[in-house]
Design a protein around this ligand. Structure first.
Ligand SMILES: *Cc1c(COP(=O)(O)O)cnc(C)c1O
Length: 354
């Protein structure tokens, strides 16, 4: 028998392309076009060489405390990881252990089914409605856990707070994970965080990659009740004690400290999103009501696959998913205003000549 018979075989997640060239307009992985606040770079530069010889704090205490203070919670309610992908992967391992299928939308972040397959967690996908919103009633009872992003990806559509609460309340016997990767672009008070004091089955997951301009450092976190977070810590310490490297810990803390800069950068992205949406609509695109840092757009006449290829040849990278129901949409990350003006100018040209 060959060794290959004993291999765990999986179909991996496909991340968006990271092109080597410099002159690309990169609107394909929802990164933030603005740099992190100056304090972040200072914090990294300030680390003495002697500290790199030592292991980082396994408890990530200072970063967890900074996040706790920021959100008005206790340190014991905060879990940090190597991007929210790491946090989510550990959360699947920790909380979706019932043997019953977990539920998530049919159109959503395409990593969820990859983790479920990797761990052998059974799952059922629940179809979005025709308007691409999540039908909360489909999730009531019988699952081994629930996960959904809010706003959803790649639609950008935000579920209203009452529906989010219904999802958590109606499924009190399982853990409900709300993946808030894009919530900072949705305006204040849209987060599920305020529900934490009432529901101990809620886990809210956040990332520094999008709104905090730190995709390159890999910082994500989860907020929940102390008991829930305790179980997550136990699994993390059974896997790798030192997930967070020193520069990430220092940079994360510095990022949290500069709230003024953070909010200004957010506002710029949101303004540019609304400007771009209007221009796309003028060009014959239909866009969802995105409350994230990307637009999800479909043209009335020209196929998305064709546009995707043309844009790529022109050095403008966007994301295209060749999946049923969304294969005529482009997901366009919001870059700087100047980048979006170049995108719109190119599309204008294209529509005039095709
Ligand atoms: C980007 C994204 C993540 C992962 O972000 P990290 O860079 O790993 O923190 C998780 N969930 C959704 C919905 C995302 O779009």
């Amino acid at each position: 028998m060959s060794w290959e018979a004993n291999v765990r075989r999986v179909i991996p997640y496909t991340p968006g392309e990271q092109p080597g060239q410099q002159d690309i307009i990169k609107l394909n992985t929802n990164e933030n076009p603005y740099p992190p606040p100056p304090g972040v770079m200072e914090a990294i530069r300030g680390i003495g060489a002697e500290r790199y010889c030592l292991y980082p704090d396994p408890d990530a205490g200072r970063l967890r405390q900074a996040l706790a203070d920021y959100h008005g919670l206790k340190k014991e309610q905060v879990f940090v990881g190597v991007g929210s992908d790491d946090v989510l992967a550990l959360a699947f391992l920790t909380f979706f252990h019932s043997g019953r299928p977990i539920f998530f939308p049919d159109i959503t972040y395409s990593f969820y089914d990859v983790w479920a397959d990797l761990y052998g967690i059974p799952y059922e996908t629940k179809p979005l409605r025709d308007d691409l919103t999540i039908a909360v009633s489909d999730y009531r009872g019988g699952s081994g856990g629930i996960i959904f992003p809010n706003p959803n990806a790649p639609t950008g559509i935000l579920m209203d707070s009452a529906e989010v609460e219904a999802m958590i309340r109606d499924n009190a016997d399982v853990v409900v994970i709300v993946d808030e990767a894009y919530i900072d672009f949705s305006g204040d008070k849209k987060s599920a965080l305020s529900l934490l004091e009432r529901y101990d089955n809620l886990l809210v997951v956040r990332t520094f990659s999008k709104s905090r301009s730190l995709a390159g450092l890999r910082i994500g976190y989860a907020l929940g009740g102390e008991k829930l977070i305790g179980y997550l810590q136990d699994v993390k310490f059974s896997f790798n004690s030192y997930t967070m490297n020193l520069p990430s810990l220092m940079a994360g803390e510095a990022s949290i400290r500069d709230d003024v800069y953070f909010r200004e950068a957010l506002e710029k992205v949101i303004r540019t999103r609304e400007w771009t949406k209007e221009k796309l609509q003028d060009l014959g695109f239909v866009c969802t009501d995105s409350r994230s840092n990307f637009l999800f757009a479909s043209h009335k006449r020209v196929a998305a696959a064709e546009l995707f290829t043309a844009l790529k040849q022109a050095g403008i990278y966007v994301r295209y998913f060749s999946r049923p129901r969304i294969d005529n949409y482009l997901r366009i990350s919001i870059g700087t205003q100047a980048q979006m003006e170049r995108l719109i100018a190119y599309l204008q040209e294209y529509m005039d000549h095709n």
